[in-house]
Design a protein around this ligand. Structure first.
Ligand SMILES: [Zn+2]
Length: 130
């Protein structure tokens, strides 16, 4: 049996996920899952499962960041850093100052309904230090 080009790429990406998970690199895993979603879409299949995994990994990454701000003891608020070219849903968060405690219980980032179809929400938190 011949493997298609996408099969080979998919295999490589699976290996990448394996090594990234050993390093607890959740953001890296998110990027790979979105790549997988793209391949699955190219094959005409439903990419939702991979997009959901990508979202979950980004969420884990963001919440870990918030927790480290909490541990620092000097951060009460965070701001959303919105990328150039972000979608209209994400742009609404631009410059928003959010309470760290609120974001820990209900994170605004990654934006669940981000309209960036390729790799999902690319927003991130930056700490506000008074
Ligand atoms: Zn977005």
């Amino acid at each position: 049996m011949e493997y298609s080009r996408n099969d080979k790429i998919f295999k490589k990406l699976n290996k990448k996920i394996e090594s990234l998970s050993k390093e607890n690199d959740f953001y890296g895993m998110a990027v790979v899952y979105y790549e997988m979603a793209h391949l699955v879409m190219e094959e005409g299949d439903d990419p939702q499962m991979y997009k959901d995994l990508g979202y979950k990994m980004k969420l884990k990454h963001q919440v870990d960041g918030l927790k480290s701000y909490q541990i620092s003891g000097v951060v009460d608020e965070v701001e959303c850093l919105v990328n150039i070219g972000s979608c209209s849903v994400c742009k609404k968060l631009k410059g928003e100052k959010l309470r760290l405690s609120d974001e820990l219980s209900s994170p605004s980032i990654p934006v669940k309904h981000c309209e960036n179809r390729y790799d999902g929400c690319r927003c991130t938190y930056i700490p506000i230090i008074e």
